[in-house]
Design a protein around this ligand. Structure first.
Ligand code: NAD
Length: 468
């Protein structure tokens, strides 16, 4: 029997099958989640289809419902945060921040409007361009920010008038199931359905005929499968995929001033952020000082069980990801890489790996070329800024990037040359609800957040009214 229930048609639903959820701080299964059957997915889709027309008619009611969702999350924060920490690994304070972020995103989204453009209005014709919802949105999320990334989809999809069937990662299903339970009172039945299961359930969603729009966040490899599954039915899609963000530190940056921010830009959430710094390019003149300052920050960080007060970084979320980080760092060592800090797992049963800085590596080494999605940062040097930009852009990833300098103007000019969806100056990971977030090249199609993200859950409708 599962400890958590799915939300289908506004009801709490269990299932015949369950699967274990591991606490990454111990490596042990600590709870069971429902394994949604194909028949249950059909019931969820049916509920979403039936809820669509009444829900799509009244935007004022939808705004009120979104505000109620924000309040419901805030009211139940104390219950939700430990669930998120236990299944994801992040420190409890960070789990609370993620949940507060989810509430903020609901509130912000409720303040947006669906634009109606009037192209002509005279005694003969009124010509309008409106935005219509798609119908049922299939939302699929990864395990690094399970609640926040689900809300990035749920809030704008609902405001636009769609209904939603959401599926979290099998590594972190519980906080999304709990979110569904918390939001049952705030939303009419069928408007938000939460189902849990394996990757196969994701494939059933992307090929389900009821789904008209897929909103997917995850890896590039899965994103390509999602795109292929959407094609035969011409489903619309937004894909938020992986990244291999470069940060470029210019020769005039102050190493001590930038080190702390660079560190957290790379290692927040134990490096498991799509748009974390994953390659650091430092001008050769200041590289020794930057490496020293970064190592100082890394040595002072406490890695531990997220439920323990004082832990700043939790474990990696799951065994395959843990193995992958070990493999990539070992490969870098074999390729001549020098380990400045960290470099081996911490042991103790959980998936703990310390913040690891690696120098003496270059393009062609897997840790540089691939998305590590963990606490291991390759540090590369350059002499000429053009060369750094070319190397930063020399990848099929294009999520975000940053440039660091004593002169924000100079850095902004370089940042504009980065082939990516978000370019930061003297900061990294500053993600806000009102600006678009998305990837260039293989890092995605479409954007989330802000009015642009909202419009991604709508299609245009021209309404041409003959008056005479
Ligand atoms: P993943 O691609 O393995 O899984 C993501 C989701 O897709 C999970 O819910 C999974 O069950 C589901 N899935 C798996 N196979 C599927 C299929 N064939 N059809 C449909 N759904 C399927 O990714 P992950 O390991 O959970 O997450 C890490 C990745 O996500 C990293 O690459 C990271 O960069 C990326 N990410 C991107 C963003 C962004 O906004 N761009 C944000 C967070 C994470």
């Amino acid at each position: 029997m599962s400890d958590y229930t799915m939300t289908i048609g506004g009801q709490a639903v269990t299932s015949d099958g369950t699967f274990g959820v591991v606490n990454p701080a111990t490596g042990q299964v600590f709870a069971q989640a429902p394994e949604c059957s194909r028949a249950q997915l059909d019931v969820a889709m049916d509920a979403a289809v039936r809820a669509f027309r009444p829900w799509s008619r009244d935007v004022g009611r939808r705004k009120q419902a979104l505000l109620a969702c924000a309040e419901a999350i805030k009211a139940r924060l104390g219950e939700l945060a430990p669930v998120l920490t236990q299944e994801q690994g992040k420190p409890l304070a960070k789990a609370s921040e993620e949940l507060i972020g989810a509430a903020v995103w609901f509130q912000y989204t409720a303040s947006l409007d669906l634009p109606v453009e009037v192209l002509q209005d005279d005694d003969k014709v009124r010509l309008e361009v409106r935005r219509r919802p798609y119908g049922v949105v299939g939302a699929i999320t990864p395990w690094n920010f399970p609640v926040l990334l689900a809300v990035w989809k749920i809030a704008p999809a609902l405001l636009a008038g769609n209904t939603v069937v959401v599926k979290p990662s099998p590594y972190t299903p519980l906080s999304t199931l709990a979110l569904g339970e918390v939001l049952r009172e705030a939303l009419p039945p069928g408007v938000l359905n939460v189902v849990s299961g394996s990757d196969q359930l994701g494939a059933w969603i992307t090929s389900h005929p009821a789904v008209r729009k897929i909103s997917f966040t995850g890896s590039v490899a899965t994103g390509k499968k999602v795109a292929a599954a959407a094609a035969p039915d011409l489903k619309r899609m937004t894909l938020e995929l992986g990244g291999n963000d470069a940060a470029i530190v210019l020769d005039d940056a102050d190493p001590r001033q930038v080190a702390e921010k660079l560190f957290w830009g790379a290692f927040s959430n134990t490096g498991q952020i799509c748009s974390a710094i994953k390659r650091l390019y430092v001008h050769e003149r200041i590289a020794p000082a930057v490496i020293d300052a970064l190592a100082g920050v890394a040595r002072g960080v406490t890695v531990g069980d997220g439920m323990q007060p004082g832990s700043q970084l939790g474990p990696l979320n799951n065994a395959p990801q843990f193995e992958r980080v070990i493999e990539l760092v070992d490969d870098a060592k074999n390729a001549g890489g020098k380990i400045v800090t960290g470099g081996a797992p911490l042991g103790g049963g959980g998936y703990f790996y310390p913040p690891t800085l690696v120098t003496d590596v270059a393009e062609g080494v897997r840790l540089v070329d691939e998305e590590q999605f963990g606490p291991a940062l390759p540090i590369l040097t350059y002499r000429d800024v053009d060369d750094a930009v070319e190397r930063a852009n020399g990848t099929m990833f294009g999520l975000s990037g940053s440039v660091w300098s004593a002169s924000p103007e100079r850095a902004a000019e370089v940042a504009g040359q980065l082939e990516c969806g978000t370019a930061w100056v003297n900061q990294h990971l500053a993600i806000v609800p009102n600006a678009p977030f998305g990837g260039a090249k293989w890092s995605g199609i479409g954007v989330e957040n802000g009015p642009w993200g909202l419009l991604g859950f709508t299609e245009l409708q021209t309404v041409n009214i003959a008056k005479a």
